[in-house]
Design a protein around this ligand. Structure first.
Ligand SMILES: Nc1ncnc2c1ncn2[C@@H]1O[C@H](COP(=O)(O)OP(=O)(O)O)[C@@H](O)[C@H]1O
Ligand SMILES: CC(=O)N[C@@H](CCC(=O)OP(=O)(O)O)C(=O)O
Length: 261
């Protein structure tokens, strides 16, 4: 099968109009597809309103017990169910999942090294049989950023990592393309200036831009996940604005394409 794995960032879905525009696009995107959504900005805001202050390290959330409850409610509940309901309205049958549903994604609580990330899971397995069954019925799986350890514990997992690991697992038997849609035109030399787009990036350029702090915060895990997918058999990896998704699918350069060395 030709499969598109599309990730949508929290900064896009946090704006109703942008979210709706993206979901219509996703519903009409040709072929078989999987959606993975973030929502970090919403979890931070809703958590803060409950007195649970966000704690980030290099773009990744430190997830204590209270934060895990917040992210479960916000990602797997509020966001995931609203996205699925809206997709149904656009004629795209879809099913909202955490990693626990259908045993879709198992992960292991990250061991404590320099930093204790708390209830954060590193992915161990993606249930491709389940995904193939759903995709074969033209039901789009819609994943929130929650996985489980198989022993009853839910874990928070970066949504870019989920997209990358799903794409990689499916790439063992299918032709998979991975698209990261977010609130910027792509990788930028100046994150506030869309005119400074970097149209192609490889790992050497990434390391140099990281050193110069041109790339920071959430862009670090996004690019690490992009290279991970490319190095493990995903045929194309792209990042950019949701409205440029169709151009990207046609191979037109409207964002940043990730290249292997
Ligand atoms: N060089 C860069 N180019 C574009 N964005 C960058 C760059 N460095 C850091 N960023 C930041 O990374 C963010 C994207 O990461 P993140 O917030 O995790 O995305 P998402 O919306 O997908 O969750 C951008 O909104 C931007 O603020
Ligand atoms: C462990 C970890 O960092 N989890 C992420 C999951 C959500 C996410 O990735 O959302 P965006 O795509 O909107 O950033 C978090 O809680 O922020």
């Amino acid at each position: 099968m030709d499969i598109s794995v599309i990730k949508i960032g929290g900064n896009v879905i946090d704006h109703k109009e942008n979210c709706t525009e993206f979901l219509k696009l996703f519903a009409h995107f040709p072929g078989v597809k999987v959606l993975v959504h973030g929502g970090g900005v919403m979890a931070s805001r809703i958590g803060s309103s409950l007195g649970i202050v966000p704690n980030m390290h290099n773009g990744r959330r430190i997830t204590d017990k209270e934060t895990l409850d917040v992210v479960t409610m916000v990602y797997a509940g509020l966001i995931n169910k609203n996205l699925v309901a809206e997709l149904q309205a656009y004629g795209q049958n879809s099913i909202g999942l955490t990693g626990a549903d259908g045993n879709a994604i198992t992960s292991r609580k990250r061991p404590i090294k320099d930093v204790d990330f708390g209830f954060v899971g590193d992915i161990e397995n993606v249930n491709t049989t389940l995904l193939e069954t759903l995709l074969g019925q033209n039901i789009a799986p819609v994943f929130s950023a929650i996985t489980h350890d198989g022993k009853g514990q839910l874990l928070n997992t970066n949504a870019d990592t989920i997209a990358s690991e799903i794409a990689t697992a499916l790439a063992k038997s299918h032709n998979v393309k991975l698209y990261f849609c977010f609130d910027k035109k792509g990788v930028l030399m100046d994150a506030d200036d869309p005119e400074t787009l970097v149209p192609l990036i490889n790992e050497d350029i990434f390391k140099a831009l990281l050193q110069d702090q041109v790339i920071h915060s959430g862009m670090i895990p996004k690019l690490e996940n992009a290279f991970n997918a490319l190095n493990k058999g995903v045929s194309n990896v792209w990042m950019g604005l949701p409205e440029n998704l169709l151009l990207a699918a046609k191979g037109e350069n409207a964002g940043t394409t990730i290249e292997s060395l």
